[in-house]
Design a protein around this ligand. Structure first.
Ligand code: 3Y8
Ligand code: NAP
Length: 250
């Protein structure tokens, strides 16, 4: 009977948690504890960081974990790299559950950039009204362009002052829908959108709204990841858990 560690924090992780709970799987759902009140899961939860690779190795041993599913966000590169290192060290089967990146459609005005610094450089010189839909961890680079008006969307109210002089924070937790995101872009007279190429459905509404309003989007590419086995659907992960096979995924 496999004992599974599910590294969560995404829509796909929540869907997989439901599938595992329905089959009575022995699994633990892990959050980093990045938000004040993470959504409850139908599995036993642990919240908080592990303490680096060593902490994760100790956890995997202590908890007698036999399989790790990394269903974290494509931008949660630190956690994913640690999972690869720890599973390799313990020779544990690891698989990543990840959604494909978003692709532009005909007529979309998308600019792809490698990181937040390049996203700042891609903003116009003239003052703009920017929907900064990247959360709160990577806002600092935008302080270099204080003349723009920024609308941020955060999960929790900011604890201290934002690093941007002209910014308005919308407090909301996704997944988001088209009506909400259309209203946000129109109400705030947004002229540019900056987003991470997260993929998935939970954050896609702003791109659909931008498309219908003919607004330009600056999209930050995902960080590069070391080689690992990646699956795209819940069904594939469930099958992998039954037969992890020779390819341990690390
Ligand atoms: C703590 C768990 C589920 C998971 C839902 C998905 C969808 C809604 C859209 C916008 C973009 C953003 C942000 C976003 C989305 C889902 C998913 C997703 C983007 C929660 C959650 C945790 C987090 C952490 C949070 C980050 C922030 C990023 C906001 C829960 C709600 C911008 C990413 O305040 C902070 O410090 C927030 C930090 C990491 C990115 C950042 O760098 O600031 N997610 N988001 C997880 C943990 O503790 O382990 O609180 O319930 C989960 C979800 N957020 O179960 O249905 O699957 O992507 N999350 C991005 O994609 O760009 C919002 O506003 O349009
Ligand atoms: P990150 O930068 O890759 O992780 C930094 C550190 O946070 C990790 O090294 C680990 O600490 C801890 N950590 C991250 N995810 C964890 C998890 N699920 N369980 C336990 N510890 C975790 O991660 P992040 O980008 O801050 O993302 C944090 C969480 O938010 C993840 O669950 C991710 O899925 C979710 N999320 C992130 C984004 C995003 O844009 N980054 C978007 C949506 C959801 P130790 O090394 O000390 O163990």
């Amino acid at each position: 009977m496999p004992r599974i560690l599910l590294l969560g924090g995404t829509t796909e992780a929540s869907l997989l948690a439901r599938a595992l709970a329905e089959t009575g799987a022995d699994a633990v759902f892990s959050y980093a504890g990045r938000t004040a009140m993470p959504v409850a899961q139908p599995l036993p939860m642990r919240v908080g960081s592990f303490g680096g690779v060593e902490g994760l190795v100790a956890y995997l041993k202590d908890q007698r974990i036999t399989h790790v599913v990394d269903a974290t966000h494509p931008f949660a590169a630190g956690m994913s790299r640690n999972a690869i290192a720890a599973c390799s060290k313990l020779n544990l089967p690891l698989v990543a559950l990840q959604r494909p990146p978003w692709g532009a459609r005909k007529g979309d005005q998308w600019t792809h950039v490698p990181d937040s610094e390049a996203a700042v450089a891609a903003l116009p010189d003239a003052p703009a009204r920017v929907f900064l839909a990247i959360g709160k961890q990577t806002l600092q680079p935008f302080a270099a362009r204080p003349r723009h008006h920024y609308v941020l969307r955060l999960v929790d109210p900011p604890e201290g002052p934002l690093p941007l002089p002209d910014a308005h924070a919308v407090i909301a937790r996704g997944p988001f829908d088209l009506a909400t995101d259309l209203a946000l872009l129109q109400d705030h007279r947004i002229t540019h959108i900056v987003a991470k190429n997260a993929g998935g459905t939970g954050a896609e509404a702003k791109l659909t709204a931008a498309r219908s309003l003919g607004l330009p989007v600056i999209l930050i590419n995902r960080p590069a990841m070391p080689a690992r086995q990646v699956l795209g659907t819940i069904a594939e992960v469930m099958a992998w858990l039954d037969h992890p096979g020779t390819d341990r995924g690390v």
